[in-house]
Design a protein around this ligand. Structure first.
Ligand SMILES: [Zn+2]
Length: 725
């Protein structure tokens, strides 16, 4: 009966001409004439399209060394941890390659592996690495062997519960074959992570296909996507609660295969799935369908994933109610509930957003994944609206809260990203100490770094857009020509950008250069934070050496429309003075304090550079601050030097370093907000809500722990399962 309903329903969809059953959902609407060319899917309604990462080549001194380190150091290391943790051995047991061995139970172990494989794919597009490519092929073969005949793949729901060493937790009914796509929102931890992990499978497989042209991984993803499609046929209720990440992944799958079925399934899951999670401070706002939500409530990572997927749907489908919801949700975060670094989340129980203007720099949560997810959401909003304000937000995440999560060595990670810490009570990733471990964020960060190329350019029928200034090159296909673009710049330290334009034949199109908000006198795309004075800098655009008269910006871009020929040169000069940032008065934790910013970089003071407490140092309003590049510090950074006052009004020299580079020189104090007027400090500031690392006794990694089954490496941080994702 269920199947008959599906068939009848699909026939109805194909033949109908309008009407909507459920808000903005595609379900019930006619989309009969939806043409596409596999691999060349273009957004219908948005103004911009992404330039795929395999068309963008980064060759600079900031990101390229990080991508190289990701490939050479980070990915091999996290794959090593995955082996040590037994996450790969679990697969070997499922595939029948191993007959004996201990089953290890984790929350969404495959998502960690698939995120790493996604990151590895980005690096392979950047530079060949036969060893890494072979390692990926080995993992893909293992997954292919482990995959069920019906396409299902997820180790936590395939492992044999009757295995002699199957752990107790596994048998207790939280995981296991009988829970495939079982678990309701009222018992959300049961059956958890299946759509979440699948979304990462789809993203990884799509990236691998783009990077290598091979279909081996893609076939596994298609098998699982088809399995999910059969489990949750569009048009039928979804009686399973999980995670919106599947929507993001299915849209990626749609983009590389051109198969509209995956767009339809993404639409179904985003609009009809259960993505909320108890508790929800917003009276279960996050449990509502996305098009009915107005204020962002709920788990900081989940909601940013949900909004990302919904924005993608708006790019491909006509969903005005969802767009209206997304606009309101974006303002509810960016106007009132985001930290100056771009950090999102807390202080609030269970990794949620707190209420308006509650931005406690010490007890914030700001998970790496929520910060990165906010960047990916804003990237999609930039594509949807063609507005540079969203790319401003992308840039903030890229150079601040997103990047801070990983150490300069590339092998240690934060989980929470604090904006102020004391020296005491520091033990792990929640408290401001990066650790080597593998769960969630450490798997997400390599893909963020290696996939930064996706955020640099965009295109539409009129021309191309430069959103981030990064040295390198790109090949961008426009309707009438293919354009080679070469950028040379020393961003983020110097604001001079030289771009050479090389169309394959002379052609008329627009080249749009983003003028960052910080160059226009706005550190943030809202009034939550402001500069000491709102004046912009005197930026200049030159075309083949001639200064261009710019009267108006078009949604934050200088739009250069002309007949371009090979070798045309564009120059952009963006002066980078040191700026003081103040929070809006409603943010009591930031009252009487100032933050320093230069270009896109937000700065902090670290105790390691000073012999006094940076938490109480006063920076007088009129203190002169100079920028100086130090190639020998923190892999080469521009630091800010000035004079402050410490106890007894004693003058002291201070040095501020980029926030992203903090906690690479031991455990010490740090603060992003510097005291400017001690009399204005809020009495409520500086509270230190507990966000402790979990007790190791609560960590679940296997049913039993014995000397014959060492717990990976001793410095490995493991985390409790229940509060994550
Ligand atoms: Zn995370």
């Amino acid at each position: 009966m269920k199947r008959l309903f599906s068939v009848l329903f699909l026939l109805t969809v194909a033949g109908s001409t309008g009407g909507s059953m459920a808000g903005d959902s595609l379900i019930g609407k006619a989309r009969a004439s939806y043409s596409y060319k596999p691999g060349e899917v273009k957004a219908r309604l948005s103004s911009l399209n992404e330039v795929p990462f395999d068309k963008v080549r980064i060759d600079d001194l900031f990101w390229a060394p990080r991508i190289e380190r990701t490939q050479d150091v980070t990915i091999p290391d996290v794959l090593r941890i995955a082996e040590e943790q037994g996450k790969v051995d679990n697969l070997r047991i499922i595939a029948g390659r191993k007959k004996t061995g201990r089953i290890r139970v984790y929350n969404s172990p495959d998502s960690d592996i698939w995120k790493i494989m996604e990151a590895a794919s980005y690096t392979l597009a950047w530079r060949e690495d036969t060893d890494l490519a072979q390692k990926l092929d080995e993992l893909i073969s293992l997954y292919a062997e482990a995959q069920a005949d019906d396409g299902y793949i997820n180790q936590m729901y395939m492992l044999p519960v009757d295995h002699p060493q199957s752990p107790e937790k596994y048998r207790q009914g939280r995981y296991g074959r009988e829970l495939q796509f079982e678990g309701t929102i009222d018992e959300w931890a049961k059956g958890i992570g299946q759509l979440y992990s699948s979304g990462h499978l789809f993203e990884a497989a799509a990236a691998h296909y783009r990077a290598t042209g091979k279909r081996n991984f893609l076939q596994i993803a298609i098998g699982m996507a088809d399995r999910i499609y059969r489990e949750f046929p569009p048009g039928e209720p979804i009686n399973y609660a999980d995670h919106p990440q599947a929507g993001i992944g299915l849209i990626k799958l749609y983009e590389v295969t051109g198969d509209r079925k995956y767009l339809q399934l993404a639409d179904h899951i985003v609009h009809h799935g259960h993505h909320g999670r108890p508790p929800d401070l917003g009276n279960r706002e996050s449990w509502k369908p996305i098009e009915q939500q107005r204020k962002a409530w709920g788990h900081a990572v989940r909601i940013n994933y949900l909004y990302s997927a919904a924005t993608d749907l708006c790019r491909y489908l006509d969903q005005p109610n969802t767009r209206a919801a997304l606009d309101s949700l974006w303002h509810s975060i960016v106007d009132r509930r985001i930290y100056v670094t771009g950090g999102i989340g807390g202080p609030a129980h269970a990794e949620q957003l707190a209420d308006d203007y509650v931005l406690d720099n010490r007890s914030c949560y700001c998970e790496c994944c929520s910060n990165i997810a906010h960047g990916q959401w804003n990237h999609r909003l930039n594509l949807l609206y063609g507005d540079a304000a969203y790319a401003d937000m992308v840039e903030i995440e890229a150079y601040n809260a997103g990047l801070a999560g990983i150490s300069l060595k590339g092998t240690e990670y934060f989980y929470a990203n604090k904006l102020a810490v004391g020296k005491q009570g520091r033990s792990g990733p929640h408290s401001g100490v990066r650790k080597r471990y593998l769960f969630c964020c450490p798997a997400k960060l390599p893909g963020f770094v290696a996939g930064i190329s996706r955020w640099i350019y965009a295109r539409d029928a009129r021309g191309l857009y430069v959103n981030l200034y990064v040295s390198g090159s790109a090949t961008i296909d426009l309707p009438d020509c293919s354009v080679g673009l070469t950028q040379k710049t020393s961003f983020p330290w110097k604001g001079l950008v030289a771009i050479t334009v090389e169309p394959n034949h002379p052609g008329t199109f627009d080249l749009c250069l983003r003028i960052p908000g910080w160059a226009q006198g706005r550190p943030f795309p809202s009034d939550l934070y402001r500069f000491d004075d709102a004046s912009g800098v005197d930026w200049i655009v030159k075309i083949n050496g001639d200064i261009m008269e710019v009267t108006d910006l078009d949604k934050g871009y200088v739009r250069v429309s002309r007949l371009w020929k090979s070798g045309d040169r564009v120059e952009l000069r963006l002066p980078m003075p040191v700026r003081r940032i103040y929070a809006c008065e409603n943010v009591k934790h930031d009252r009487g304090s100032v933050t320093l910013m230069r270009g896109p970089i937000v700065y902090c003071l670290e105790g390691v550079d000073h012999d006094f407490s940076v938490l109480s140092m006063v920076l007088p309003k009129d203190a002169k601050i100079d920028a100086e590049h130090n190639e020998d510090l923190l892999n080469g950074v521009t630091v800010l030097n000035g004079q402050g006052l410490t106890e007894g009004d004693r003058p002291v020299e201070f040095v501020a370093v980029p926030y992203y580079a903090w906690q690479n020189r031991g455990v010490d104090e740090m603060t992003v907000w510097i005291v400017e007027d001690p009399n204005m400090l809020s009495s409520g500031g500086g509270s230190d809500m507990p966000m402790k690392d979990p007790d190791p006794a609560n960590l679940v990694t296997s049913g039993t722990i014995s000397a014959s089954c060492p717990m990976a490496s001793p410095n490995l941080f493991r985390t409790r399962m229940d509060d994550k994702l």
